[in-house]
Design a protein around this ligand. Sequence first.
Ligand SMILES: [Fe+2]
Ligand SMILES: [Fe+2]
Length: 189
Amino acid sequence: MSRAVTTNDPVERYGLTQLDALPLSMLDEPLDFVSADHFRQRSLCRVLQSFARSRHVPRECADKITAFLTHDLSLHHQDEDADLFPTLRKRAEPEDGLSTILARLSDDHREASPLVLEIVAALSVKPKRGGIAISAAAAETMFAYVEGEQRHLSVEAGIVLVIARKRLTTADLRELSRSMKTRRGVKAA
Ligand SMILES: [Fe+2]
Ligand SMILES: [Fe+2]
């Protein structure tokens, strides 16, 4: 039986609690951590699409989204560009055909950056009262970001992580975990 959402907290009402930080203990399983980050990014895409359509964002939601885009997303891109992708390049077999795919994915990270900055700027205005009105141009940017991100995420989930689970060694995963922990200020055990 489904229950109606009765909360007055806009962050909960719009499902943005799905952007909450992941438990750091998950870093012991780095590929699961990356995959869980992808789930958060898909949640963000859904919410951005909804706000781009309604052209209105409650203040609390805007703060939650900007924190995610400026902090968590940047860490995730570093996890992939500095750790996961280079490790995979070493382990992948030629028949995996990964080198072009990984180069394209790192390009996507760079190309998404100006769109992310525009979205953050649009969500960082401080109206005297009420939520934030989204301009037509900002809504277009949100739609463009979501479109690129959804394509990017499907390649990472459907190809990159599948091959990573097959090819990375236990030592690779340990090193990946160590590096991702260091990036987040967590002492490795
Ligand atoms: Fe990713
Ligand atoms: Fe990525």
